[in-house]
Ligand binder design. Structure first.
Ligand code: GTP
Ligand code: MG
Length: 185
């Protein structure tokens, strides 16, 4: 039998304060959710090991970067050797959408793929998080046509409306990012 291929992917998770980065990671890795808000300080790490297909294993190393770090000078260090990124905003707070382009620019100016991965920009997906609150009358659903255009204009590979609370689309978003990285080879 052929040996299983093993990959280690470093993934950045960024976005403004309180948009749900830590909650998305905890849902994805541990399948738990808490409504208590404890702001991340600096950076946290999580690892998820995925049996991607019959002969490949992907180790996802998730870098949960505090929202306030956009105003610090450590992101260049944190971004080093990342192969993909997730930018998160909060659908109930439009000002966090303004943070999206700022985070994307920060990524694009500070990290790129190595030659082994084809060079160029790392794949980045956009998450419109807290979609469960829309049903409760807060914020509104994204306009798919507008967000498609936004992604095209700003170099995001795809967007997803997610809820860490309800576990909506998180698995799908992560899988899309992983398959995009695998296609770079
Ligand atoms: P920083 O670490 O400060 O940058 O914030 P963060 O982006 O890690 O946000 P965090 O995951 O800590 O979530 C902030 C608050 O939003 C917490 O009270 C969470 O419970 C809440 N929250 C996160 N995701 C969701 C969601 O999908 N739905 C709802 N209703 N609340 C959410
Ligand atoms: Mg956090």
């Amino acid at each position: 039998m052929a040996e299983a291929k093993e990959y280690l992917f470093k993934i950045l998770v960024v976005g403004d304060l309180g948009t749900g980065k830590t909650s998305i990671i905890r849902r994805y890795v541990h399948n738990i959710f808490s409504s208590n808000y404890k702001s991340t300080i600096g950076v946290d790490f999580a690892l998820k090991v995925i049996q991607w297909d019959s002969d490949s294993i992907v180790r996802l190393q998730l870098w949960d970067i505090a929202g306030q770090e956009r105003f610090g000078n450590m992101t260049r260090v944190y971004y080093k050797e990342a192969l993909g990124a997730i930018v998160v905003y909060d659908v109930t707070r439009p000002q966090t959408f303004e943070g999206v382009t700022k985070w994307k620019n920060d990524i694009d100016t500070k990290v790129s793929l190595s030659e082994a991965w084809g060079g160029g920009q790392i794949p980045v997906i956009l998450l419109a998080n807290k979609s469960d609150l829309i049903q409760e009358g807060h914020g509104q659903h994204v306009n798919p046509t507008e967000l498609d255009q936004f992604c095209q204009d700003n170099g995001f590979i795809k967007w997803f409306e997610t809820s860490a609370k309800d576990n909506t689309n998180i698995e799908e978003a992560a899988s899309h990012l992983i398959s995009s990285i695998l296609k770079l080879q």
